[in-house]
Design a protein around this ligand. Structure first.
Ligand SMILES: *Cc1c(COP(=O)(O)O)cnc(C)c1O
Length: 456
């Protein structure tokens, strides 16, 4: 086997080699994702309608299916340079352990304080909001990575931020809250008595640990009630995938330098933003017929939107305040069983990823949480990075691809996205190590119950 073993362990691009433009995959898709609908009129949302929710430039990006490349403003590039380019790492030691002819590469996005790729879009969203004179922002956070990323970006650009953090997570991850506060954000456990919707829920269920849907509703209420304020979202939306294309574009340049090209690209899929960003330039080559790369989305068995959901119009949030998107969904009222991969506990999926999957450009698999942690611990031991539970889904997917190569003897190049680190997820690791971690797979009846109301 003549494997290329000359690739460096970690390949960092120089600052000059960093992408200066975002890439909009929609411009090259043969068929576009279905448009967002106004839930009141059931007609495609207009730029004006969307500009009430998002600032104008982000609303424009959301609806722009034509512009292939968009210049990244200098101010955004300046902040990217603090923690980017992120390394493309060859998992030599894991390959050796698996005894596979495959080459395994991963793009590591955990090299910033948020511990995830979410900072890439947070910076862009805060920058454009500031440009338009928005003077404060609100958001929700479940697992905490998005809230942290946005806190970092808001402090950099000098915009006050209020984060509604799901109360259960606020109590379980107290240090997450303090990281956000260190960056100057106000962090409120949700439900809270600072909003009408929060007070209503508290009067009904005083000891509730909260939910993402409730936190979103509080954040939206506060943004709407505050002059010059906007609510921002960290995944699912077309604009977020656009910003995350920086991940894939850096990989594309790095592979050119190495003289290689991925045969398989694997990523974890919650709302689909890291995956959409990672695959963007490689999917373009597949759509154009130049390459035949396989793309694999990995999700938890407890929240299997692609593998078991319906391709239908649904709300993006549990509060039913956002426009409706046609996507693979488990129903916006679906409440996934407690799973430690907080960032993957989302009922829907990016409309772009959904469309590509629906049209056969991508595959999807789901794994149980214990098998994902088997992969996480193996990876930590071999590669020395403690992975986030979310990212570990991609690790598991990549390991399985590498083991298939071992059976067939194929020397494939596998690329996966290592979205972040797991330092704030030690409760999950404790449960895994103590063998008290459980697996939950929803029944067909349960899935049918929540998807029966979504419209096709
Ligand atoms: C949020 C998050 C994810 C999932 O979000 P996507 O939008 O699907 O990318 C994955 N990994 C980490 C570390 C996260 O914080």
């Amino acid at each position: 086997m003549s494997k290329n073993n000359n690739a460096p362990y970690r390949l960092y691009l120089t600052e000059d080699q960093m992408p200066k433009q975002y890439y909009n995959l929609r411009a090259d898709m043969k068929e576009l994702p279905e448009p967002l609908l106004n839930p009141g009129t059931k007609k495609p949302v207009t730029l004006d309608e969307l500009s009430v929710v998002f600032c104008r430039e982000l609303a424009r990006q959301e609806l722009d299916n034509e512009t292939r490349y968009l210049d990244i403003p200098k101010e955004i590039l300046d902040m990217y340079r603090i923690y980017r380019p992120s390394p493309l790492i060859r998992a030599y030691n894991l390959e050796k352990y698996l005894d596979t002819p495959a080459k395994i590469y991963y793009k590591f996005e955990g090299n910033n304080t948020s511990g995830s790729h979410k900072l890439n879009s947070a910076i862009a969203q805060v920058y454009y909001a500031k440009q338009e004179g928005i003077t404060s922002l609100t958001t929700e956070t479940g697992a905490g990575q998005w809230g942290t990323a946005l806190s970092e970006a808001c402090s950099y650009f000098g915009i006050p931020l209020t984060v509604f953090m799901v109360k259960g997570s606020y109590q379980q991850k107290p240090f997450r809250k303090d990281v956000m506060r260190t960056f100057g954000a106000e962090v409120i456990p949700s439900p809270s008595n600072t909003t009408e919707v929060g007070r209503k829920i508290l009067s009904e269920i005083p000891d509730t640990t909260g939910s993402l849907g409730c936190a979103i509703s509080e954040a939206v209420e506060k943004a709407v009630a505050t002059k010059n304020s906007r609510y921002v979202l960290g995944s699912v939306l077309n604009q977020v995938l656009l910003h995350q294309s920086i991940i894939g574009l850096e990989c594309e340049t790095a592979f050119k330098i190495l003289g290689e090209y991925p045969d398989v690209v694997v990523g974890c899929a919650g709302g689909g933003s890291n995956l959409g960003g990672l695959i963007a330039p490689f999917m373009r080559e597949k759509i154009l017929g130049n390459k035949d790369t396989r793309f694999v989305a990995v999700e938890p068995s407890s929240c299997p939107s692609l593998t078991r959901g319906k391709y239908a119009y649904d709300f993006c949030d549990t509060g039913k305040m956002t426009p409706m998107a046609r996507m693979y969904t488990l129903g916006c009222d679906f409440i996934p069983a407690p799973n430690h991969a907080g960032g993957l506990r989302y009922h829907g999926m990016s409309p772009i990823i959904s469309k590509l999957y629906h049209d056969g450009y991508m595959e999807a698999v789901s794994y149980k949480q214990t098998e994902v942690f088997d992969a996480a611990v193996l990876f930590a031991k071999k590669e020395t990075i403690l992975p986030a539970p979310e990212s570990s889904h991609a690790i598991k997917g990549a390991i399985d691809e590498a083991l298939k190569c071992k059976e067939t003897g194929e020397e494939k190049t596998i690329l996966f996205g290592l979205t972040g680190t797991g330092y704030f997820d030690m409760t999950a690791y404790s449960q895994y190590l103590d063998k008290t971690m459980t697996d939950y797979i929803p029944s067909d009846d349960e899935i049918a119950k929540y998807t029966k109301n979504v419209i096709m």
